[in-house]
Design a protein around this ligand. Structure first.
Ligand SMILES: Nc1ncnc2c1ncn2[C@@H]1O[C@H](COP(=O)(O)OP(=O)(O)O)[C@@H](O)[C@H]1O
Ligand SMILES: [Mg+2]
Length: 246
């Protein structure tokens, strides 16, 4: 279970989450991407999954079976979208997320959580559930400063920080600065790239739309690192929950 998180909003979490999820699927890893950005979900939009009927909100509200909320995207990638009903959002209890995620995760090798920005309970609950947390930052000082708080929360939650993705990077120095200021290894840098914006318009993640592009190569390299890291942790999500007596 890998949570994709950031302090500041709009830094590229959904872009990174969906490309990592598709790239994992492409190398044959059974993967589920879950949109846990409850207030501002986007995963459905970024993948062309138009107006899904049954979503995470239904599962959090106990009004549907999880099998109806999971959508097959590719042979090895499923998606659990969030849904955008304000009424359902008001009704739901984020504390049910642990039970839902535990139930839906069983059939997968990797579960990618697209987590909201900020530091509310909507962020902290999924960070706590994540075995690994991958931070996304932009080179801007505000993004790095806000990420420092997420690092503190992640450590407090007992989750492991697998690294940081520096998105919209424009020079090598940005990678060095982020690593020095955050004290977390850089998993990879994604260049500022207008093709990424176009891939969103195309509703097709860039790793699928332009597999040979520099951005796709960077995402694939990040995924190889994540796979190595995850395997070496030798611990599954259930193990983490049991380990905490949950
Ligand atoms: N490397 C990049 N180069 C250019 N535009 C990008 C890049 N990464 C993300 N974007 C754009 O930035 C915007 C915010 O990205 P998004 O993934 O939705 O951020 P978040 O989920 O953190 O709010 C989107 O319009 C996306 O197209
Ligand atoms: Mg997002």
């Amino acid at each position: 279970m890998i949570g994709i998180a950031s302090g500041k909003g709009g830094v590229g979490k959904t872009t990174v989450a969906i490309n990592i999820a598709y790239a994992l699927g492409e190398i044959g890893r059974k993967t589920l991407a879950i949109d846990v950005d409850i207030a501002l979900p986007n995963l459905d939009l970024y993948t062309g999954l138009e107006k899904p009927m049954i979503t995470l909100l239904d599962l959090l509200n106990n009004t549907s079976d999880y099998k109806h909320a999971i959508y097959r995207m590719t042979d090895n990638l499923d998606l659990l979208p969030c849904g955008s009903s304000l009424h359902a959002m008001q009704e739901m209890d984020i504390n049910n997320l642990k039970e839902v995620v535990e139930e839906v995760s069983n059939a997968y090798e990797y579960v990618i959580l697209d987590i909201a920005a900020g530091l509310s309970k909507f962020t902290i609950v999924p960070i706590t559930l994540s075995q690994e947390v991958c931070l996304v930052v932009n080179p801007e000082p505000a993004s790095i400063q806000d990420a420092q708080k997420v690092i503190a929360v992640t450590k407090f939650a007992g989750s492991h920080l697998c690294g940081v993705v520096v998105n919209r990077c424009r020079k090598k120095q940005h990678e060095k600065d982020a690593e020095a200021r955050l004290g977390v290894p850089v998993l990879g840098c994604i260049r500022e790239d207008k093709e990424i914006r176009r891939s969103i318009e195309e509703k097709t993640p860039i790793v699928v739309w332009k597999p040979g592009s520099a951005a796709s190569k960077s995402f694939n390299s990040i995924v190889r690192k994540i796979c190595g890291e995850y395997t070496s942790q030798n611990q599954n999500f259930r193990g983490k929950l049991i380990g905490r007596g949950l």
